[in-house]
Design a binder for this molecule. Structure first.
Ligand code: BG6
Length: 285
């Protein structure tokens, strides 16, 4: 247990689900939970608001398994691989705590480090306040050019997918992973009415999810990211996923910020990349 990094009233380490170590964070405005397994934020909730992150009640919490929900950290590849775990090893690795701190008038910052791997040094800084900020820093420690994919696979909690809209992607180049087709997004506000799995290139640095059921607009702001992935498994895929409830597709929408497919990052020796994502929310009316 990382008791050295505890901050009384703000940062507490405990045993979470599946016996995995969990960090519980409390600030004047919000609470959050982070598993060191995957450096995975599984909960963020502002006082007087429903949870902002969806977490499946069927999720596994076990070494070698990815947590279903919250914010999986996808690195160094996105999607399946024959020779490694889907969406990379970062989300199934045990991260170490480098530091915890209180900044400003009560925000909590925690810095996590991926155990040493060839070619990369990887750190994730999570700041919990009225917003939830994530910053993934990757340094090329090798003596050659390397490239990789990264992504915050953010599961947003919504009241009802049928009433939810997503704004900010109009005009963006869109690759539909289900049909294999390339096109450009046309509506100003996207609605989800079927299985959805899309990669948007050169997407806006600010997207908005409107959720009338919770009277809430969630904003996803990002930098250092050229790709947005939008995913909802819908009915059949939900039923086929062992770690996801049959009806849970109704209560989640993944809006993912990163650099994937043609948007992958290439770094020279010693080069650094920074991916940032900020989640905030406000009443709709
Ligand atoms: C999305 C991908 O980001 O993640 C989908 O675009 C994938 O294709 C989904 O199904 C979930 O992936 P996983 O590995 O967590 O089941």
């Amino acid at each position: 247990m990382n008791s050295d990094h505890e901050i009384l009233g703000f940062v507490h380490f405990c045993t979470g689900q599946g016996g995995l170590e969990r960090v519980e964070i409390e600030t004047p405005w919000s609470t959050a939970e982070i598993y060191l397994h995957g450096a995975h934020v599984t909960a963020f909730r502002k006082m007087d608001e429903p949870p902002l992150l969806f977490l499946s009640s069927s999720s596994e919490f076990a070494p070698g398994k990815a947590i279903r929900g919250g914010i999986p950290v996808i690195f160094p590849w996105f999607g399946p691989r024959d020779d490694g775990p889907a969406h990379g090893f970062a989300r199934v690795s045990g991260w170490a705590v480098a530091a915890t701190d209180i900044i400003g008038d009560g925000a909590v910052e925690i810095r996590l480090v991926l155990p040493p791997v060839p070619d990369f040094h990887v750190e994730l800084t999570i700041t919990v306040s009225q917003t939830l900020d994530l910053e993934l820093r990757v340094t090329n420690t090798s003596d050659r050019e390397i490239s990789f994919e990264n992504c915050f696979h953010t599961y947003l909690e919504i009241a009802d997918i049928h009433q939810t809209t997503l704004a900010g992607l109009q005009g963006a180049a869109r690759f539909d992973k289900i049909t294999g087709r390339n096109t450009h997004e046309s509506p100003a506000e996207i609605t989800i009415t079927a299985e959805t799995d899309r990669i948007y290139a050169d997407s806006s640095p600010s997207l908005a999810v409107s959720d009338p059921g919770h009277n809430r607009r969630i904003r996803v702001a990002k930098s250092g990211s050229v790709s947005t992935v939008v995913w909802n498994p819908w009915i059949a895929k939900s039923k086929a996923m062992p770690d996801f409830g049959d009806d849970e597709y109704l209560r989640m929408l993944c809006v993912e910020s990163g650099n994937v497919a043609d948007g992958r990052v290439t770094l020279p020796p010693g080069g650094k990349s920074i991916l940032r994502q900020t989640l905030s929310s406000e009443p709709l009316a």
